[in-house]
Write a protein that binds this ligand. Structure first.
Ligand SMILES: Cc1cc2nc3c(=O)[nH]c(=O)nc-3n(C[C@H](O)[C@H](O)[C@H](O)COP(=O)(O)OP(=O)(O)OC[C@H]3O[C@@H](n4cnc5c(N)ncnc54)[C@H](O)[C@@H]3O)c2cc1C
Length: 417
């Protein structure tokens, strides 16, 4: 097929932070490459990117060598630089990880070792030092990680979008991809309004819908997204918390555990409580989508998680339904908090990839198929790590584009010649 017959070189599905970072990386590494982003919502960052804790994670939790560790450690530094360069609200505040029970101390010490393996600035604190940082927080011991921060991820995503458009890329909102036709020359996708876009390479960054998009393309991804809703409260007395305070993570669910985060806007979020969502974009209990629910319930991995972790899940559901129980969980870290101090805040839904055998995919997962790159697991800390993830996905997409005869465009002064 001739160059002119393609509508673009690389087509990205999903205008969240990962899709937009990929488009940004494409326009940076190969200026003049024709990039189109299709996003079903009327603006960027309407799902996970716009409904998260806003924390620039240090990478301390992740096993050395994992993509999460590599991309979070590097991505955190790059995110701070990007925000500073573009005038986006951010702060490097550091964070405390606090042990409230003796049984947590060995895991806290293991985190100190891991942080040092990653080259992170980690300090061990006793109760008096905890009080110096956070007078209202109680704990037996803590560590302070210096590189953690906060930022405005929706503003970052919006800035990626602005840069992509300035570099000649196209971003179409209100464009839901409903079919993908793979051909020897590339892919043709159709949107709900009947438009067809032909591209050399398709990049799937559809977040909560990434497995469905993979299947639209004819690829069985071997995983399903099982959506978990993270429910939050906001502290009506934000002065109780100065920065970021986390419990020692449970190794089975490192992303869980109620934490306290003072955001870039000064508000303090308390949560999340994690419960199964009854729709992929199920931001509250009444939001139920029978087809999506059936998708999750017919996946054997969902039942295996339920069997393995039902006790843990029951506790989360109890805290979801009872503010009293939720407040009791918060009091472990913040003893003075009362139910009246907690006001409901918007929830987010986590796109968690689950394998057939019930394994929760821990690391980022990027898979390739002909003319296609699928991002199949990009939960936290993917917003922090979005710059390195975007570069890696872009690199793979451009290698695939070469197989269709694409060559890096000759560029002068940023314009295609
Ligand atoms: C509760 C919660 C707290 C979190 N806290 C943090 C944190 O503090 N720090 C951190 O680094 N990370 C955090 N994360 C993780 C982070 O938010 C995500 O990793 C990141 O936003 C993922 O970005 P994404 O672009 O992959 O997904 P999304 O932002 O969900 O974007 C995917 C996009 O694809 C679009 N789409 C889907 N299907 C189609 C289709 N068929 N056609 C067109 N468009 C489609 C969707 O509309 C959506 O806009 C948190 C996540 C949650 C849920």
């Amino acid at each position: 097929m001739t160059h002119a017959a393609y509508d673009c070189d690389v087509l990205v599905i999903g205008g969240g932070i990962v899709g937009l970072s990929t488009a940004y990386a494409l326009t940076r590494t190969a200026p003049g490459t024709r990039v189109t982003v299709l996003e079903k919502e009327s603006g960027p960052a309407r799902h996970q990117t716009g409904r998260n804790s806003g924390v620039i994670h240090s990478g301390i939790y992740y096993p050395p060598g994992s993509l999460k560790a590599r991309y979070a450690v590097r991505g955190a530094a790059e995110m701070v630089e990007f925000c500073a360069e573009h005038g986006i609200a951010h702060a490097v505040t550091g964070k405390l990880i606090v042990a409230t029970e003796r049984s947590e101390l060995p895991r806290l010490h293991a985190l100190v070792q891991r942080g040092r393996q990653h080259g992170l600035p980690v300090r061990e604190l006793g109760p008096a030092q905890i009080a110096a940082y956070e007078p209202d927080v109680r704990g037996l011991a803590a560590i302070r990680v210096g590189t953690t921060g906060v930022c405005d991820f929706p503003a970052v995503a919006a800035r990626f979008a602005t840069e992509v458009v300035a570099a000649g890329g196209v971003i179409r909102h209100g464009s839901e991809v409903v079919s993908v036709d793979r051909r020897p020359w590339g892919v043709a996708v159709r949107t709900a309004d009947g438009a067809v876009v032909r591209a050399r390479v398709l990049v799937n960054c559809a977040g909560l819908h990434c497995d469905r998009v993979a299947r639209l393309a004819g690829d069985e991804p071997g995983m399903r997204i099982v959506p978990f809703r993270g429910e939050y409260y906001e502290l009506t007395r934000p002065e109780l918390v100065r920065g970021l305070v986390y419990p020692v993570p449970d190794p089975a669910f490192p992303f869980l555990g109620v934490h306290l985060t003072r955001g870039h806007d000064g508000g303090v979020h308390v949560g999340p409580n994690a419960v199964p969502a009854l729709a992929r974009e199920g931001y509250a209990w009444p939001v139920v989508r029978p087809r999506e629910l059936a998708d999750a319930l017919t996946w054997p991995g969902t039942w295996r998680i339920a069997r393995r972790h039902w006790r843990y899940g029951a506790g989360e559901v109890r805290r979801s339904l009872s503010k009293h129980a939720f407040t009791a969980a918060v009091r472990r870290l913040l003893p003075d908090v009362t139910e009246a101090d907690l006001r409901p805040a918007p929830a987010g839904v986590r796109a968690q990839a689950v394998l057939r055998d019930g394994t929760l995919v821990d690391d980022f997962l990027i898979r390739e198929a002909p003319h296609t790159v699928h991002v199949l697991n990009a939960p936290s800390p993917a917003a922090t790590a979005s710059l390195p993830i975007g570069r890696e996905v872009a690199r793979r997409a451009l290698l695939q584009a070469r197989e269709t005869g694409w060559k890096p465009p000759a560029v002068e002064s940023g314009h295609c010649v």
